[in-house]
Write a protein that binds this ligand. Structure first.
Ligand code: DER
Length: 227
């Protein structure tokens, strides 16, 4: 992973884009955590915003930072969503779900007028080539795994195992995670559609054409890519 300094730069710069009176999506992970903490400090200085958390982790951090919270049920629109990514392609497409939170992350990003991704250089890749996390309803994990192996191009699924518990990772929504290896993904849009069409898939971690900007923090600067 990247350095904390690079992540901090990206997160804090994204927090500066939050406007007074707005609704902001609060993503998951260590890079976005710097944005959430910076939004908390801005609130101490008088900024008025409401946040929509995307996971148990981001909700807890937002509460610790005294950020007033709301939900997609209660607002008509989200002004800005800020979130990290596991990989960012040159085209601005993303793989997410390393934190198993991609379903709510995608809901909030899709509801947002503007979606800003915060990253460090270790996340950048010409093409998407990490394994694609897929959240599946528990009863469907074997049938979804079978369908993933039969896709063209085929994927190799692995049920994500918990590290401090015997058995699988259970998501915030009570589902399971399949990490699916497709090699280098030449057509993310088609793969995204194929995965969405498999019954039992709750949401997959391909975010195609969703990011409006990627803030790439480095140890001594920040590069902004707009899409
Ligand atoms: O997409 C994800 O699930 C990742 O956890 C993402 O949010 C990045 O996390 P990081 O900033 O800790 O690398």
């Amino acid at each position: 992973g990247g350095s904390d300094e690079a992540k901090r730069r990206a997160g804090e710069r994204a927090a500066e884009a939050v406007e007074d009176g707005s609704v902001v999506g609060l993503g998951t992970g260590s890079t976005t955590a710097f944005a959430i903490e910076a939004i908390g400090r801005a609130i101490d200085d008088g900024l008025e915003v409401r946040g929509i958390p995307t996971s148990f982790q981001s909700r807890q951090l937002a509460i610790d930072c005294d950020i007033p919270l709301t939900s997609l049920d209660e607002v008509l629109r989200v002004d800005l969503a800020i979130d990290g990514a596991d990989q960012v392609s040159e085209a601005g497409d993303l793989i997410k779900g390393g934190g198993a939170a991609q379903t709510r992350e995608k809901l909030v990003a899709a509801a947002a007028d503007r979606f800003v991704v915060v990253a460090d250089p270790s996340k950048l890749s010409a093409r998407l080539e990490r394994s694609v996390p897929i959240e599946v309803v528990p009863d469907a994990h074997t049938v979804v795994a079978k369908r993933v192996r039969e896709l063209e191009p085929a994927g190799e699924p692995t049920l994500r195992e918990a590290s401090q518990k015997d058995g699988p990772v259970v998501t915030d929504n009570g589902n399971l995670m399949l990490d699916c290896e497709f090699g280098s993904i030449t057509d993310p849009e088609t793969l995204a559609t194929q995965l969405s069409n498999v019954p039992g898939v709750v949401e997959h971690g391909l975010f195609v054409g969703m990011a409006d900007a990627v803030y790439v923090g480095t140890d001594d600067g920040l590069e902004v890519r707009r899409f």
